[in-house]
Design a protein around this ligand. Structure first.
Ligand SMILES: [Cu+2]
Length: 123
């Protein structure tokens, strides 16, 4: 049977380990979810047709389709996704270059597919 002193040391040790491992330093400071920007694709355009992002800000682009599968292609930001009508596609992006960029649908979706574009402004 353990002595009172041994039990006291064990409890003190467990308490100390709990305190230091669960202290405030283990919680990231400024931990917040990135801004979500919803973009809806529908023959033959995107809504909104212009999205403004901030340089070095991480955002989630939530891509939805209201009809058929569309593409979302932007070489400058290394974006290349299919947008399925079945479920939204989330892509996390942190633009590092300011400018005005044109995103195109690169998944054939009908007669006016070639005109399906939107603008992403990074400022
Ligand atoms: Cu298309």
């Amino acid at each position: 049977m353990k002595s009172f002193y041994t039990r006291f040391l064990l409890i003190a040790f467990v308490t100390a380990v709990s305190f230091f491992s669960a202290g405030p330093m283990s919680t990231p400071v400024n931990a917040k979810s990135p801004r979500v920007v919803e973009i809806t694709a529908k023959r033959f355009g995107f809504s909104p047709d212009t999205v403004t992002l901030k340089k070095d800000e991480t955002v989630v682009l939530r891509l939805k389709s209201e009809d058929v599968t569309h593409g979302f292609f932007l070489r400058a930001l290394k974006l290349d996704e299919d947008i399925s009508p079945d479920s939204p596609t989330d892509i996390t992006v942190t633009p590092t270059t300011a400018g005005t960029f044109t995103t195109i649908c690169d998944h054939f979706c009908g007669a006016n597919h070639g005109n399906m574009k939107m603008t992403i402004v990074v400022e």
